[in-house]
Ligand binder design. Structure first.
Ligand code: PGA
Length: 362
């Protein structure tokens, strides 16, 4: 998508203007763009970039500065002209900050606005450093960091006390002016905020939820970050589905939790009162489907126990399984992580907000 915009603009002799984030989320995108540059000749000479934010008080030589991060993760490896790179200057003296922010906005205007704005999301729903309760029409400015943000950044600063209190950030209004917006979320720790962003009520507590008002905003999530979305967690409430064994099990466990009843105590009315008529029709009555799921679960436990037995025997005989070989002593075996990207867009609309729900206009 990004490469397409760069090539298309170049073909028309125009500049491609990218709004860019830092953080763990975009690392893979920058790597892929670098690969396209090296292996397929993607040319960045017509690209102009505006970064979302920078910590106040940090110069480009500091390890945690976003300017340095961008150089090391992206700019050093592509052919973007240095004069086309815009990042707020964390060392701007206090008396010049207003002017610096105004000039940042003016620079975006001068190149005709941002073509595509990439975003990560904080666990508190921030985008850039637009923390909860940021104004939807805010522009580039100095913002005070939310405690959740400072806690999440603590690892980079050797402790929370080292995290700056303030940053310069593009405003929500600046971000929403981009022609196209792509918000990316990866990992289980983003699942709750992704659900709130895509499906929760519009609230200033979750700045990212206002992206639903944008004409061309897309949310890209991996399987883990999508976990709490209705379409993944409880797809049966959305309409007709194909009942796989896994979904039947998922629905029964959910129903048991919702109704506060043990699996084998569920009755037909519980199914009807929780939108599970279809399941009852195809696999009912309640008792029989509940027994089926119960048997699967018992079988699952038995096979888990027996594979633990094999594992114990291997240990006993001094053998090492393949997954053990790279472990450090005492380290636990982690289940393999599966990443699958799903694109969530309002059904029936080629271009449209992430998920259509109401919220204040801008
Ligand atoms: P992350 O940060 O990509 O490191 O998760 C995102 C953000 O806080 O905006």
């Amino acid at each position: 998508m990004i490469a397409g915009i760069i090539r298309e603009r170049k073909a028309h002799g125009q500049k491609a203007v990218l709004g860019l984030p830092t953080g763990s989320t975009p690392v893979g995108i920058y790597r892929e763009l670098i690969r396209l540059h090296r292996e397929e000749g993607l040319d960045f000479s017509n690209v102009v970039t505006f970064n979302l934010d920078e910590y106040l008080g940090l110069g480009p030589d500091r390890l945690q500065s976003y300017r340095r991060w961008m150089q090391e993760h992206f700019f050093n490896d592509i052919n973007i002209p240095p004069e086309n790179i815009f990042i707020p200057d964390g060392l701007t003296p206090p008396e010049k900050l207003d002017e610096h922010c105004r000039e940042y906005e003016a620079a975006i205007q001068r190149v005709g606005g941002i073509d595509i704005q990439l975003l990560g999301i904080g666990r508190n729903g921030h985008i850039g450093f637009n923390e909860p309760f940021s104004a939807t029409n805010s522009r580039t400015r100095v913002a005070t960091l939310d405690p959740v943000t400072r806690r999440d950044a603590a690892g980079d600063f050797f402790g929370e006390e080292g995290v700056p209190m303030q940053a310069i950030t593009m405003g929500l209004g600046t971000i929403f002016d981009a022609r196209k917006i792509v918000l990316i979320a990866l990992g289980e720790h983003k699942a709750s905020i992704i659900r709130e962003t895509a499906e929760g009520p519009s609230t200033p507590r979750v700045p990212a939820c206002y992206l639903r008002q944008h004409a061309d905003a897309t949310l890209l999530v991996d399987t883990a970050a999508a976990n709490k979305l209705t379409a993944v967690a409880t797809p049966w409430v959305l309409g007709k589905i194909d009942w796989t064994d896994q979904l039947v099990k998922q629905a029964l466990l959910w129903l048991s939790e919702q109704s506060g009843k043990a699996l084998l105590k569920l009755d037909d009315d519980d199914f009807r009162q929780h939108n599970l008529h279809q399941l009852l029709r195809h696999h009912g009555p309640a008792q029989s489907v509940a027994h089926r799921v119960f048997r699967w679960m018992m079988a699952g436990r038995r096979s888990a126990r027996s594979s633990r037995g094999v594992h114990d025997q291997r240990q006993h005989r001094g053998l090492r399984s393949r997954r053990q070989t790279n472990r450090r002593p005492g380290e636990r075996i982690q289940p393999p992580v599966r990443h699958r990207r799903v694109q969530i867009q309002r059904p029936g609309r080629a271009r449209g907000p992430v998920v259509g729900k109401e919220g204040p206009g801008r």
